[in-house]
Design a binder for this molecule. Sequence first.
Ligand code: FES
Length: 380
Amino acid sequence: MNASGAQQEPDWVDLGPEAAFRDPPLQQVRLGTTAVAVSWRDGVFGAISGVCNHVGGPLGEGRLQGEYVECPWHYWKFHHCTGVGEPGFEADQVPRHLVKVEAGRLFVSRRPVTKRAKSPHAPHALEREPVRAPGPPRVLGISTTSLDPQHPRYSTSEALLESALAHAREAHGAEARLIRLAELEFRPCEGFYSRAAQACTWPCSITQMDPEDQLTEVYEGLVHWADVVLLATPIRWGSASALYFKMVERMNCIQNQITIRDRVLIRDKVAAFVITGGQDNVQGVAGQLLSFFAELGFVFPPFPYVAHSRGWSAEDMENNVRYVQDHAELHEGARQLVERALGTAAALRDSGLCSAKIERGGRKAHRPHREPTGTPESNA
Ligand code: FES
């Protein structure tokens, strides 16, 4: 309304020939700094904010699902004309713009005619700030060997890990937990980071969307609970196990917080490793583990891994099992490893080395690069 009470004409922006907005039927356009998702369905144009309510995904780069625009980042949906959330989520609404077609040209109002509304979403339990609660030392063992829990077999890497955990309990009064990845149902990383760095969220986007996904237990232990993470892997074709890689791809969300928010979730924590294999490449596997856990913020004890390999030409794996079962020195090595790790964790906490603000953590010495247009970096 103007001062006389008459309706003010919207500030129309001419987007061009209307035919250009029918195919593709959903497009992201910019009106100065305002992103608008323009859509066409069943002969009706719609225009809503191009910025998703969740964490700002570009709605116009998503897809039309029926009458709803589906965000390309985590699939929230908003009505393509009204901006109202999908059924059950109507309290979530993105702003709506007016649309008209005149003389074959499409116009949208520069300013939206409705406001953004966000319904309160309870934060995920993992979202809380990590705080080390008082209590005895805590060791989280993660076994990454792949096996069928219904038909267990002797795992050399897991056996050494269990020796270390038992020692932590018995000799140091530590709380020690063992997580076997083979017993967890969890989805592989679905490449949210490849859509945009901001789309890779903490907690992990999959964890937030899928309450059935069981990697939550690992995140909880790693970020919120453990002082020491002791990870055991077999060597498979010269690399760590497939389950190890499936897990660490899902850990990108922890490292990405450092990249995009300077937020270091892992502080005063120590990682150490057990690596065993019938054949070789211990050092190559150790290099991967050390590199990845360093990127998360973990610190390492002196001599941060113990390993055993039968060598390139060994094919008698039944003898390898027997060798590890009977070899007291290997088990003692695993116990000494957890001793060093616990000692390093205690020294870290006493020093406060990692408790102060860590400026520019992460591997990028320079600021992360973004295109001037704000186009998300591709990581395809
Ligand atoms: S669903 Fe749109 S940003 Fe997450």
